[in-house]
Ligand binder design. Structure first.
Ligand code: UDP
Length: 380
C-alpha cells in the first residue's frame, strides 16, 4: 500500500497528488466516488460537441501570483473576462451593480446626483458590500442602498439560500459588492480565464505522473473504516497520510450532527442557434425559479453552430440524495464544524482540506493556495 491516500479527486485532492508525485517523487492513490476526476470543476463535451461545465459555471480568477504560476505549468488560459447581467425591471444591467446599472435603472437626474454622492462619500473604483451600504444614514444613499438590496440581493438570496441576506455571514453577499466604477467585469482580479482546453484536460496534465493511481467509482465509505485512532483502508491498517477532501461530518459518522449545505440542479439545453444570450451569465434575481442562465460558449470561446445553456435551480440539500455544493456560512454551522475539526486534529495522520472537509465557501484559487500551503507545511 502507498504512503499517501487521497479521498476525492477534486481540486484540493488533485493539487496534493500532483505535489506528492512530482515534488516528493512518492506514490499516491486517489479514491474518487464519481466516475470522473475534477470534482465540481469537471467539464466535458456534450453530445452536440459543446464544452460544458457539468456542475455549473467555473471561472478561474485570482490575485495570487503563486497560484496562477503553479496552474500555468499545466495549462494555457483563454483570457476570458467574466461579465454578468441582471434582469431587473425589464432591463439587463451590469452585476455587480455599478454606475452603469444605476444610470440604466433610475431617472437620469436622480442617477447623476446619486453617482456624485457615492463618489464623494467613498471615492471612485471602490467596492462596498451591500450590507455596509445599507448602514448609511444619508437619506438619498439609503434610498439607493435599499433599492439595490431589493432589486439585486433580497430575492436572489432567498432563492439561492432559502434565507434572507442578514441570516448568512456578511461575506456571502460581500462576494458581489456594489461597485463605484464603470468597470462591468464580475471579477477584477489580476489574473482571470479558463484553461484553454478545459479544466478536465488541465487536471489530466496535473495527474499524468506514473506515481499517481486513481480509483474512480469507489465510495470512500466502503474503503475507510475507523478503529479508535487508526484508519483501516481496504481492511488494512493504514500508517501513511490520509488526505481527506470530502464531507467532514460523514467521516466522523455525523457524531456532532449534520452540517447543512445548499444544493443545485442544472437543466442543460442545446439550442440550434449560434448564441442564446449576449453574455456568459444572466442573473434573474426577481423572476422565475432559477437564479441564472449560463451560456458556456461565451466562457470557453468555442465556435460552433449550436449552443448549450444551463438554467441553475437552487435546491435543499438532502444527505446522500443530491450534491452538497455550498456550505452555509453561519456561526452556528461553524460551531458544529469546529467540533469535527478538533476531532480531526487529534489524528496525526489525517489532513483535512477543501470546501467540504473545511466547510468553507472557498473559491477555486483559495483551494489551490490552501493545498500548496498544506503540502509545504504538513507533507514536505
Ligand atoms: N447575489 C445576489 N444577487 C446577484 C448575485 C449574487 O443576491 O445577482 C448574492 C447571493 O446571496 C449569492 C452571493 O451573492 O449567493 C454570492 O454570489 P456569487 O455569484 O459569488 O455566487 P456563486 O457563483 O459562488 O454561486
Amino acid at each position: 500500500m502507498t504512503d499517501f491516500i487521497i479521498i476525492g479527486a477534486g481540486l484540493a485532492g488533485i493539487v496534493m497528488a500532483e505535489r506528492i508525485a512530482n515534488v516528493l517523487g512518492r506514490e499516491v492513490l486517489i479514491i474518487e466516488k464519481r466516475d470522473h476526476i475534477g470534482g465540481n470543476c469537471y467539464d466535458f463535451y456534450d453530445d452536440k460537441g459543446i464544452l460544458i461545465h457539468k456542475y455549473g459555471p467555473h471561472i478561474f480568477h485570482t490575485d495570487f501570483d503563486e497560484v496562477w504560476t503553479y496552474l500555468s505549468q499545466f495549462t494555457e488560459w483563454n483570457d476570458y473576462q467574466h461579465r454578468v447581467l441582471g434582469y431587473i425591471d425589464g432591463y439587463n444591467v451590469p452585476i455587480p451593480f455599478n454606475l452603469g446599472s444605476l444610470h440604466q435603472l433610475l431617472p437620469e437626474d436622480l442617477a447623476g446626483k446619486l453617482e456624485s454622492k457615492l463618489i464623494k462619500t467613498f471615492g471612485y473604483d471602490v467596492r462596498i458590500p451591500i450590507l455596509e451600504l445599507r448602514k448609511l444614514e444619508d437619506p438619498e444613499l439609503k434610498y439607493l442602498a435599499d433599492f439595490i438590496y431589493d432589486k439585486v440581493f433580497l430575492n436572489y438570496t432567498k432563492k439561492q439560500w432559502g434565507v434572507e441576506p442578514e441570516e448568512l455571514d456578511p461575506s456571502v453577499t460581500a462576494r458581489v459588492p456594489v461597485y463605484i466604477s464603470k468597470d462591468d467585469r464580475y471579477f477584477q482580479n489580476k489574473y482571470q480565464g479558463l484553461p484553454r482546453n478545459g479544466y478536465t484536460q488541465m487536471f489530466e496534465n496535473m495527474l499524468s505522473s506514473e506515481n499517481i493511481q486513481i480509483k474512480l467509482s469507489t465510495n470512500s465509505k466502503e474503503v475507510i473504516k475507523r478503529d479508535g485512532d487508526k484508519f483501516l483502508i481496504f481492511d488494512e491498517e493504514f500508517k501513511g497520510k490520509l488526505i481527506y477532501t470530502c464531507k467532514i461530518d460523514e467521516l466522523f459518522n455525523y457524531g456532532f450532527g449534520e452540517l447543512p449545505y445548499r444544493s443545485l440542479d442544472f437543466e442543460f439545453e442545446n439550442l440550434n442557434q449560434e448564441y442564446y444570450q449576449e453574455i456568459g451569465t444572466v442573473n434573474y434575481p426577481n423572476d422565475y425559479n432559477f437564479t441564472r442562465i449560463t451560456e458556456f460558449k461565451h466562457l470557453t470561446g468555442q465556435k460552433a453552430e449550436s449552443t448549450t445553456i444551463a438554467h441553475e435551480y437552487p435546491r435543499k440539500y438532502v444527505k446522500e440524495t443530491n450534491i452538497p455544493y455550498y456550505p452555509i456560512p453561519k456561526k452556528e454551522n461553524r460551531d458544529i464544524y469546529y467540533k469535527y475539526k478538533m476531532k480531526g486534529d487529534e489524528l496525526d495522520n489525517l489532513i483535512l482540506i477543501g470546501r467540504l472537509a473545511e466547510y468553507q465557501y472557498y473559491d477555486m484559487d483559495e483551494i489551490v493556495a490552501e493545498a500548496l500551503k498544506t503540502f509545504e507545511e504538513k507533507i514536505r
